[in-house]
Design a protein around this ligand. Structure first.
Ligand code: 13P
Ligand code: SF4
Length: 301
């Protein structure tokens, strides 16, 4: 550990702070976290946290979800300008318009969304829980937002439901094309290609395995030694696998597969957050109860 990492650990212990990190954070941040997880696991651990302070090393919607699921705690976002462009693609008014057009349909919203959008939704989901939740909903018609790609993946896995998709996307995953998969296969003919469901359907169709960040990690880590993998998600997952699965050879599907917002958290930001208590995340009281209900339903389902 470096000196600043030791300072962070000492201060977290002194103040009673639980440090949560997403897998897309840089490895120096992951190394000082109490928990490193996908967005579902981070939400679950935030909800259970007994510590007075939760520090969320990730993007804003993750910190908002932590606050909604455990409102009595102080939730700090060390990189306060870390947003998610996909979350910004849908507004609460879009949900109103869709409900009017499709009365009776359930509204299922990916956690990559604002609290105001969650408040207008019936249930939230993450990439690892979306298929399970779509199956469990009583309605056949499901309005899925904002990610058209995750929505298409769920529709294919749950054919008994009718998914109506919003047209949002993650600019990082959506940029991958089938030609990138074909090029990676040509360069690494013995590799298995594993991708995140935020990739386009024509990319998902070419993959050997599809899963959330936690599922991709587990798939590679638990495969027989000596395996070769091309990983189609943010580079943080590849960097982590090089540590947790050193017996495997792992390549990033495409150069520049980086989420700039996830890379905004630096150790100095994390230390400052613990020292000063900035920035504490608050959720607008007018939407908090509704958003909390949709998130709690996700955890329950
Ligand atoms: P996970 O649900 O796999 O953690 O993904 C979150 C995310 O933002 C992917 O881009
Ligand atoms: Fe948002 Fe995409 Fe970054 Fe995930 S990888 S936080 S969906 S921009």
């Amino acid at each position: 550990m470096t000196e600043i990492q030791r300072q962070i650990r000492a201060l977290a212990a002194q103040k009673g702070a639980l440090i949560l990190s997403h897998f897309y954070q840089t490895m120096d941040i992951q190394a000082v976290a109490d928990v490193v997880g996908d967005s579902f696991e981070l939400a679950r651990r935030a909800r259970q946290a007994a510590q007075p302070i939760i520090v969320l090393c990730g993007v804003r919607f993750m910190a908002e979800s932590a606050k909604l699921l455990n409102p009595d705690k102080t939730v700090l976002l060390p990189a306060p300008d870390a947003g998610c462009p996909m979350a910004d693609m849908v507004a609460p008014e879009d949900v109103d318009a869709l409900r009017e057009k499709h009365p009776g349909a359930a509204v299922m919203c990916y956690v990559n969304s604002s609290a105001a959008v969650k408040a207008k939704s019936d249930v939230c989901c993450t990439s690892s829980s979306a298929v399970r939740i779509a199956r469990a909903l009583p309605q056949r018609d499901i309005l899925f937002l904002p990610d058209q790609n995750l929505g298409a993946y769920v529709a294919a896995q749950v054919p008994e439901k009718n998914l109506i998709l919003f047209d949002g996307y993650c600019p990082i995953h959506h940029a991958v094309r089938p030609a990138d998969v074909l090029a990676a296969r040509a360069a690494h003919p013995d590799a298995r290609v594993v991708v995140h469901p935020e990739c386009r359907p024509d990319v998902v169709a070419l993959a050997d395995f599809v899963g959330s960040t936690a599922e991709l990690l587990a798939h590679v880590e638990n495969s027989p030694p000596g395996g070769i993998f091309v990983v189609g998600t943010e580079t943080g997952v590849v960097e982590r696998l090089r540590q947790t699965a050193p017996d495997k050879t792992v390549y990033l599907l495409k150069a520049g597969f980086v989420c700039p917002n996830m890379k905004k958290t630096r150790l100095s930001d994390l230390l400052r957050a613990l020292e000063t208590g900035a920035e504490a995340v608050e959720v607008d009281a007018t939407v908090a109860a509704g958003a909390q209900r949709a998130l709690e339903r996700m955890v329950a389902l």
